[in-house]
Write a protein that binds this ligand. Structure first.
Ligand code: ADP
Length: 453
């Protein structure tokens, strides 16, 4: 991180350095060139105005004066008249430059020429004035080119020094700021690392700043909350399942103990084995229901989606349960509209109907009536299972679809309180609903609504 930041700042500084240096160079060059151009115009005007006066001395004196004044500002000017040097700064260097320039091709646009030492590079322009009465006048004007490059180099040196200082400050300041900004992240990482899988009640501290970090802590806390709830559900499921399995196992154990207490006749053994067989069957049903819910939770139950004739399915369930109902002297009335179909899993839907029918038979006393109705509206099919049984107290009714919930454990035979949980799961898996209404002592009514095909 630090390396990347340093590399990036260095690259930015280098780009700024090159850009400034190149621009300064070109700005200085164009400024100097326009200065040369201006001065050249002024001198040309002086010469053009009164060339005839030159011989009389006044113009010559004025030009000498101007050339000397400009020489002290670093500008050298050479004026030739018909090829002869007339005016030039009176120094050895200027004379050398003037002589060197004589043979060069120059024009009014400034250019840099390289003369032999000590003059070196010179930025120079030449203007030729053709005056009809006085012949050709030539004005050469320039200055040492190293003046500009000295300014640029000095600027570059200062810029490099300043840049290095800026780089150090930026890197140090940046690392300080980064460390400061990362402090809450480090604290969050530390808190997250100290979370213990056995203590799902622990939560990450919130900064309260409502920034991204605070949001991250809130999201992780939310996840922990759901994990804790899930964990609690699994623990409760395991405890309830163990509790439900204990009762039938204890009954089997008791039957075996009674059988072994003394020698018995073949008839007695037959009876005891039949009881054991029934208890094993109940145990098997319970284990199957537990397995079903565990697999449903894990998303492992794949529903078959096919057209199911609900009318036939309900009638089939009624016929299966009629002998049991007859045995308990219960009347089953069935009012089913024909050809009501839905898309779903036939086995699961049959399980839903038989669970409701089974409960109705279980919780309705002799001479009671169980009424089944299947009705259709435009988009839905509604199954109603109504009984005249013991009913459910209003305080208990909201809980009957919960797992392992039994209104009265002593009266519930072997179901383990899982039947209605399975019904609700099947209805929901078919995008349907299930609800119950009840009046204690008068009966209960279950209503299942499923989407029609
Ligand atoms: P179980 O499989 O033990 O019957 P269910 O989940 O099917 O459990 O039902 C939960 C509880 O709802 C039962 O223990 C029972 O008390 C009550 N219940 C369900 N159906 C009826 C009904 N038709 N009449 C009265 N009570 C019922």
């Amino acid at each position: 991180m630090m390396v990347y930041t340093t590399a990036m700042i260095t690259a930015m500084l280098a780009a700024a350095f090159v850009w400034s240096s190149v621009n300064l160079d070109s700005v200085l060059a164009s400024r100097d060139d326009s200065f040369l151009d201006r001065e050249m115009r002024e001198f040309a005007d002086i010469v053009k105005d009164s060339p005839a006066e030159y011989a009389q001395g006044a113009l010559r004196t004025e030009l000498r004066h101007e050339v000397a004044a400009n020489a002290s500002r670093g500008l050298f000017i050479v004026i030739r008249r018909v090829g002869q040097i007339e005016v030039y700064p009176e120094s050895e260097l200027a004379r050398g430059i003037a002589q060197s320039l004589a043979g060069l091709q120059l024009g009014p646009v400034p250019q840099t020429v390289h003369l032999s030492s000590p003059a070196g590079g010179v930025r120079v322009a030449r203007e030729v004035l053709r005056l009809p009465e006085d012949g050709d006048w030539t004005i050469e004007m320039g200055f040492p080119a190293n003046a500009e490059s000295t300014t640029v180099s000095s600027f570059n040196r200062r810029l490099a020094g300043g840049g290095a200082l800026f780089l150090v400050i930026a890197v140090l300041g940046g690392s300080l700021l980064t460390r400061q900004a990362m402090r809450p992240v480090a604290a969050a990482v530390q808190s997250a690392a100290s979370l213990n899988p056995d203590d799902l009640a622990a939560r990450l501290p919130r900064t309260g700043a409502a920034d991204e970090l605070d949001l991250l802590a809130a999201t992780i806390n939310d996840l922990l909350e759901r994990l804790a709830r899930n964990h609690e559900q699994i623990t409760r499921f395991t405890a309830d399942a163990s509790h439900e399995l204990r009762a039938p196992l204890a009954a089997i154990r008791a039957s075996v103990d009674v059988a072994l207490q003394q020698p018995r006749s073949a008839g007695d053994y037959h009876e005891i084995l039949a009881t054991l067989g029934e208890q094993c069957q109940r145990l098997t049903d319970l284990v199957n229901r537990l397995l079903f819910l565990a697999r449903a939770d894990a998303g492992q139950i794949a529903l078959v989606r096919e057209p199911v004739d609900l009318s036939l399915l309900v009638q089939e369930a009624v016929e299966t349960y009629r002998p049991l109902a007859d045995e308990k002297r219960l009347h089953i009335e069935c009012s089913v509209e024909g050809s009501i179909a839905c898309a779903g899993d036939r086995m699961r839907l049959l399980q839903l109907v038989t669970n409701l029918l089974d409960n109705a038979i279980k919780f309705t006393g002799a001479d009671g009536t169980i009424r089944l109705a299947l009705e259709a509206s435009e988009k839905t099919a509604t199954l109603i299972v109504n009984d005249t049984g013991i009913g459910i107290a209003p305080g208990r009714l909201p809980h009957i679809f919960e797992r392992f919930y039994q209104v009265d454990e002593s009266r519930s035979i072997g179901g383990g309180g899982l039947g209605l949980s399975i019904c609700r799961w099947v209805a929901a898996a078919h995008a349907g609903t299930i609800e119950a209404t009840s009046e204690p002592g008068r009966g209960t009514c279950f209503r299942v609504v499923l989407p029609r095909l």
